[in-house]
Write a protein of this length. Structure first.
Lengths: 379, 379
């Protein structure tokens, strides 16, 4: 690494054919920016669940071991045999990590658009953000308003646009209210703020009393606990009151997706007049956007025939709505960055600290309420 | 019942709050046809899987017992406690059964359209077809070409339109080939004839060698057996060759739906160039239109994020495409009734025989290759 930015440390994740994950730091030359590119000194990049997927892959992090030096630590962990199949596409490749981040432009290409960013604090999307320097195109940068720190702008894309993507999908697909699981997450809190502001009914499903309290504290109106004995009744009641027929689920595994559809069907049928053995004709939809529970999804199909389940990802959604609509969503994020879309981090770590076992043990658990921010240039 | 058609026998199914199914025959007055209505002497009505859902509901037909008289037999059977919840909407209601059928018009209303049907053989849709006489609207009748018997026209709607609905859904949703499960069924054979005629790639999934032979005999090109040790490889190979990314599944329960999506993803990735931990961006879809396996659906979600699963029913599909498009499909059925859309029945029974335990034991199994036709006026 060099103080002039000519080289910098970059975090790499590699899964070897032998069944071992290796996370390390490598010193890489910073590319010369092309005419329409800039070099950013990265000062803040969050560890999102979507980053963990690439960072640790299918590895069992309870087997993680540390080696290397203080400046260049190395982490290794075992990948269970059952997980290796899904890793086939990335075997033995040294992959950079980090979907989004923010920092200060320290060098620019020759175009006016690039030069205009010199010295500015920008938010960035595009991967490889767990690095001291990142060369990227001008249109992958979002200039932040004066007075915004890199830490405040580090999470401009993934969580805010995902949350806005949920309410936007709701409108486009003709639903009037939403259900969200793992609802006390950073993303879930953001979604609550959006729904409260926009007057959208939101049923929050959480897995503990503590998580319910987090949401009540920020004004959430419908919070149901899936560990409560009365869960199915509580959920049905909230669905009757909100009319929600669309859910976004971060859990994936187990019975929850089917339970949500079953309760939606029960809620709809409370006002049904005619018996149909095919159930109600109201379309009920669950999008699975995460996999906190890696067990199989189990559906008892006790929810009629008018239902759908599918994967949901931010990037295809943004491609579907097009550049102009996407720009509107991004502008709203910038406008409300310190309110609706403010993120809270429980730890700020350097690249080296990111590779410490005590930190890995916390962030790899994907626990609600724990949120890490990496500052690759932390002194 | 009366020879002049003023009254007639009608089959009724009732599930009592006490947890008992009762199937019986009742003598009901035949309604006077309104101006735009006709009375049809029903001579043929198939027992489709979709009829069995209403006929026996959640009852365990291995507990069926016969009582009543030879002319007015009664069948009773126990509904397991676990099945009663899904029956809540129909409790203690005496419900007529039979989605479709065919017969001869014996009386008409005053309108020209109604009078024009006098003496004609017509196919019918609209329920309550397991009856000697059925009064219905002119537009619920499809006049059959001269030389077509009621038995030949009895299955004009459910199977033919469902099979055409599958290829039509394929085109509308941008897929180029199809997968079908329980593929040796009457419906499956019909779908093969359509796909062969229209040049559509069709991957047939069956559950035995015997079923595979049925399909090979009618010219099916891709037949894979889900009970074979090489099933996943066989299916993947057929998916690579056809490019199928849409499946229609009649099974519902177990791992099959997830296996189909997994093999689709593997087939797509055989030509993928870049690793994405979210899997391919090609949308893969499975529609579940039946529930031959009543166990839960189990998805391991090893098929990326670009996927969907949903319920599929003929009626909402027809509503979605509109009356004009629906009429085109119906016309094709009439044009190809004795070729593409010919149905084969293994038994023709009277209403009384429909309520005999030996017949129930056969048709309630929903076994591929067994197909019943009821002739309510069988002498």
């Amino acid at each position: 690494m060099s103080a002039d930015g000519k080289t910098g440390l970059q975090l790499r994740s590699r899964i070897k054919s032998s069944g071992e994950l290796e996370i390390s730091l490598v010193d890489v030359p910073t590319p010369e920016p092309g005419p329409d590119e800039v070099v950013v000194r990265v000062e803040a990049s969050p560890i999102n669940p979507s980053d963990l997927g690439l960072l640790v892959g299918a590895a069992d992090m309870t087997t993680a071991r540390a080696s290397g030096t203080k400046d260049l630590p190395v982490i290794t962990a075992k990948v269970p045999e059952a997980g290796m199949k899904a890793m086939a596409g990335r075997l033995d490749e040294s992959m950079p990590v980090g979907n989004e981040g923010a920092g200060v432009v320290i060098k620019t290409g020759s175009s006016d658009a690039a030069k205009a960013l010199m010295g500015k604090t920008v938010a960035m999307i595009g991967g490889a953000m767990y690095a001291q320097y990142r060369c990227l195109k001008v249109n992958e940068c979002l200039p932040l308003p004066a007075g915004t720190s890199p830490a405040e702008g580090a999470s401009c894309f993934v969580n805010p646009l995902t949350a806005l993507g949920m309410t936007e999908t709701m409108r486009r697909e003709g639903h009037k209210a939403l259900v969200h699981t793992a609802a006390a997450s950073n993303l879930g809190q953001m979604l609550n703020k959006i729904c409260l502001k926009d007057g959208i009914g939101l049923v929050n499903i959480v897995r503990s009393k503590e998580q319910a309290e987090i949401l009540h504290a920020i004004g959430a109106r419908y919070v149901v606990d899936s560990t409560a004995a009365t869960f199915m009744d509580d959920l049905t009641k909230a669905l009757v009151e909100t009319g929600a027929t669309l859910a976004f689920d971060a859990i994936g595994g187990g019975k929850l997706v089917g339970q949500i559809l079953t309760c939606m069907e029960t809620a709809i049928n409370k006002t049904a007049k005619v018996y149909s053995r095919y159930g109600s004709s109201v379309q009920k939809q669950v999008y699975i956007y995460g996999g906190l529970d890696t067990r199989p999804t189990e559906l008892n199909r006790a929810f009629g025939m008018a239902w759908g389940i599918g994967g949901w990802l931010l990037t295809p959604f943004l491609m579907k709505i097009g550049a102009a609509e996407g720009a509107k969503l991004r502008q709203r994020v910038v406008d409300e960055l310190k309110t609706t879309f403010a993120s809270h981090y429980t730890q700020v770590v350097s690249l080296q600290e990111t590779l410490q076992l005590n930190h890995i043990a916390v962030y790899a658990r994907r626990a609600t309420g724990e949120k890490y921010l990496i500052n690759p240039n932390k002194g």
